[in-house]
Design a protein around this ligand. Structure first.
Ligand SMILES: NC(=O)c1ccc[n+]([C@@H]2O[C@H](COP(=O)([O-])OP(=O)(O)OC[C@H]3O[C@@H](n4cnc5c(N)ncnc54)[C@H](O)[C@@H]3O)[C@@H](O)[C@H]2O)c1
Length: 324
């Protein structure tokens, strides 16, 4: 199948490209930035520059590639988006509009949208239910969350109105052997990365911070499984998906099972802690399980066991690349 990715140079693109190429697909990876050194070139994949805020360029790219399936990953994540809300609006809001329009105009059959737990925020009536279901009033507290809510609604609108089959997941914070990309859940990934390279980490979150997290292989599999699901089985456009919801100090304990000397402390950054506190503690993903058979494979300790050797290899490779 001909598949195009936007924002392919990021954390998800890194693992998704490999999975798609391994599945025998013809992949066009696009991003504003050149191919990052961490993204090894895979046979059957090409890299093209595309800025999704440029509507005509997006349409030209889709016209040239004629993808049957598009994964729309390009975005400015939550913490970076709060530093530059205008950029977050341009990339996440206008960029998503441009991608949807390009799909409509070039008859792309299916579009996968990557939403986030950042669409949620505390309702005026009290805290979010735990676990948080798909359908609650959405009160995002960040520009990132605001644009993801709009993206979800646009996705459903284009499906109904223009027959662009747009579907997506609300990802928890994703953890993989990559350098963190400016998300508020980055404290979890830093526990692994700095646990390996510095022997410890001072988290910018409280020890009792609890948000939904997921290991990247499960996240990539969710995208693949949803993209191939039979439309007639889908009862909605956007699905909560869940794996595990540990407290920050439980992540530390899980890392210490593998790295017993690693030391962790907690020095909450008020700005980022406020974002984390506005998110659900855990997600109800019953609809994804029922409609397309979603089920995570990794729990927290399973992730730690698999991830720590990968983080070590990533850091060694980074040291080799930067010395050349
Ligand atoms: N990583 C997570 O924990 C997480 C959680 C929830 C949702 N998501 C969503 O998944 C998607 C991918 O996330 P990620 O972690 O790979 O993000 P990332 O920040 O690692 O990568 C985003 C990519 O988008 C690119 N980009 C930025 N502006 C662009 C533009 N104008 N045109 C084209 N490309 C542009 C960047 O160069 C980068 O390579 C995003 O939509 C994100 O909102 C991610």
């Amino acid at each position: 199948m001909k598949i195009l990715l936007t924002g392919a140079g990021g954390q998800i693109g890194h693992d998704l490209i490999g999975a798609l190429v391994a599945g025998g697909h013809e992949v066009t990876s696009t991003d504003l930035a050149p191919r990052p050194p961490s993204h090894a070139h895979a046979g059957g994949e090409s890299w093209q520059r595309l800025d999704v805020t440029d509507g005509p360029a997006t349409e030209r790219m889709f016209e040239k590639v004629k993808p049957e399936l598009v994964f729309h990953l390009a975005a400015i994540l939550s913490a970076r988006g709060e530093k530059d809300p205008k950029l977050a609006y341009d990339v996440n809001q206008t960029g998503t509009w441009n991608v949807l329009e390009a799909c409509r105009k070039t008859a792309v059959k299916r579009l996968i949208f990557t939403s986030s737990i950042a669409v949620f925020g505390p309702p005026p009536s009290g805290p979010l239910p735990d676990p948080t279901p798909d359908d609650v009033a959405l009160h995002p507290t960040t520009m990132y969350g605001v644009t993801k809510v709009a993206g979800e609604l646009l996705c459903a609108y284009y499906t109904k109105k223009f027959d662009v089959d747009c579907r997506g997941v609300r990802f928890p914070g994703l953890i993989s052997a990559a350098m963190p990309g400016g998300g508020s859940s980055d404290y979890a990934l830093f526990m692994y990365v700095d646990g390996v390279r510095k022997g410890g980490y001072e988290a910018f979150a409280r020890a009792d911070t609890r948000i939904p997290l997921m290991y990247m292989p499960d996240g990539v599999r969710a995208l693949l499984e949803l993209s191939m699901a039979d439309r007639s089985k889908l009862t909605r456009s956007i699905y909560n998906i869940a794996a595990f919801s540990p407290r920050a100090d439980q992540i530390a304990t899980s890392v210490q099972r593998v790295l017993p000397d690693a030391k962790f402390s907690y020095s909450p950054d008020p700005r980022r802690q406020a974002i984390l506190d506005s998110w659900p503690k855990s997600l109800d993903d019953t609809a994804a399980r029922n409609d397309w058979g979603w089920k995570p494979k990794y729990d927290l300790d399973g992730m730690s066991d698999d991830l720590i050797p990968r983080v070590r290899r990533m850091l060694e490779l980074g040291a080799i690349l930067s010395s050349h």
